[in-house]
Design a protein around this ligand. Structure first.
Ligand code: GLU
Length: 480
């Protein structure tokens, strides 16, 4: 049968990095094996589920490029179907009504504890006549086999077995007539023809219960693969303080989806010693059966390094779209995709995050520089540089827009440097500060070309005035 995997998040919060990893592995494994992905929103816990969380999950998956082939389906839509299957088991004598009250169950557990036994439901309603006390509130429980064992070959964890006497009689339908997680999952996985259940290892203890249930219902058993959980660098289970935040927070922090996907895929999976993978490579090579079993450590530093690598090698047009999102978010002017596509290559080598790229190209997007690095002015704009700076401005002024080219700019710089016996670094820094407000920018000719003639000249003239506190004779006085 063709491979079908599902990602089944509960919409009780945003899509955090651990959930995103499950979604990614479902997607990659399906792509690499010609399969189909299904998204099922498990919204049966009405109290804790919210539309905002559904939206955040969909948006997170969309940003990561993990939109499912089918869905989203909402588990609550199949409510009647889940109940009907529980009633079928009831009718077939494979489930029973249990009228034990919360107090009864508490007393039972307390007694077991005192006897040194593991607290569990003891099956006391199993043999009750179904005709009795039908008015009292009841739950429907599954008749779990009481002897023998259940086992499966987990595609990641290997052979797993549970003794049936370890498992108690599972509640299928609560007293408020709502189906429980285990019932809903088993029925949905069957109805959606899921062939591979890939999920976190925190679900391993549900699997023996689900296998018994699906066998009683006459369903085919899917394959199971339980992924090791993520841990922080201190070895503790990944939490907010380690970076288990929303994937959309990673976007806000300037990470590219390709880098996040690459990083998450490499946690526990490998292909030789290759570290850098494009999404296309992952979609071709990934295989859950090659995942390691041990818990994996989430390392922000490595993610940052990979992000820099992905920024460096991405197509400028793709980065322009992501850069535009950041510019809008940061309230910076967005000159549109065409201009951004031209600017991006000048910053790819220098930016580890998209936030950094937005900050670095900021000076090109605004009409007026909002501020200057005053310490840099004090350090680099010494009075002896007034004359060469003024000369440079004069020469540059004589170039028209068509001659504003690297070769001409270079000739002018060389002339001024030679006339004043200066080294490039000495003159380049005041020029750079005047053009960008800082001492960090692409190469000086590159910067002049990117800014264009008019903006470059007006910033240089303003810089002369600001840094050296006078306006050179014969120059018009813009920027006032
Ligand atoms: N809804 C469950 C969760 O978010 C996942 C269920 C499953 O994968 O079987 O943990």
């Amino acid at each position: 049968m063709a491979l079908r995997t599902r990602f089944a998040p509960s919409p009780t919060g945003f899509l955090h990095i651990g959930g995103a990893r499950t979604a990614l592995f479902c997607h990659l494994h399906a792509r690499a094996h010609g399969g189909t992905t299904v998204l099922r929103i498990e919204d049966t816990d009405r109290q804790r589920s919210s539309q905002a969380a559904v939206d955040a999950i969909l948006e997170g998956m969309r940003w990561m490029g993990l939109a499912p082939d089918e869905g989203p389906f909402f588990q609550s839509d199949s409510y009647q179907r889940h109940l009907a299957e529980a009633h079928r088991l009831l009718a077939e004598g494979r489930a029973y009504r249990c009228t034990c009250s919360v107090e009864d169950l508490d007393a039972m557990r307390e007694e077991q504890r005192q006897k040194g036994l593991k607290p569990r439901y003891d099956g006391r309603c199993r043999h009750r006549d179904p005709g009795q006390s039908s008015d009292s509130p009841s739950v429907i429980r599954f008749k779990t086999p009481q002897s023998g064992e259940v086992s499966w070959h987990d595609l990641i964890q290997g052979d797993i077995r549970f003794a049936n006497d370890e498992l108690d009689d599972l509640v299928l339908v609560r007293s408020d007539n709502s189906p429980t997680y285990n019932l809903a999952v088993v029925v949905d996985d069957h109805d959606m023809n899921i062939t591979l259940v890939l999920r976190g290892e925190d679900h391993i203890s549900n699997t023996p219960r689900q296998i018994h249930l699906l066998e009683a219902l006459g369903y085919q058993r899917p394959h199971y693969a339980h992924m090791p959980l993520l841990h922080g660098s201190d070895g503790a289970k990944l939490s907010k303080r380690h970076g288990a935040v929303s994937v959309l927070q990673y976007r806000e922090n300037g990470f590219l989806p390709a880098a996040v996907n690459n990083y998450l895929a490499r946690l526990g999976w490998s292909h030789g010693d290759q570290e850098f993978f494009t999404m296309e490579e992952l979609e071709r090579l990934f295989d859950v059966t090659r995942l390691g079993r041990s818990a994996t450590i989430f390392n922000q530093e490595k993610l940052l390094w990979l992000n820099g690598q992905h920024i460096r090698t991405a197509k400028p047009g793709d980065l322009a779209a992501e850069l535009s999102w950041h510019l809008n978010r940061m309230g910076l002017p967005d000159p549109g995709p065409e201009r951004l596509t031209v600017l991006v290559p000048h910053f790819q080598e220098r930016s580890k995050t998209m936030v950094e790229m937005a900050e670095k190209c900021h000076f090109l997007l605004v009409d007026d520089l909002p501020s200057y690095d005053t310490a840099a002015i004090d350090h680099h704009c010494t009075p002896d540089l007034l004359a060469p700076m003024s000369k440079l401005c004069d020469h540059l002024q004589s170039l028209d827009a068509a001659s504003w080219q690297a070769g001409h700019l270079e000739t002018i710089f060389k002339t001024v440097l030679a006339d004043h016996g200066l080294k490039m670094g000495k003159l380049a820094q005041p020029v750079r500060i005047a053009l960008t407000g800082t001492t960090v920018s692409p190469g000086i000719y590159e910067t002049l070309l990117l800014l264009g003639r008019d903006k470059s000249l007006s910033r240089l003239q303003l810089g002369l005035k600001k840094f050296f506190n006078r306006t050179p004779e014969g120059m018009e006085n813009p920027g006032q």
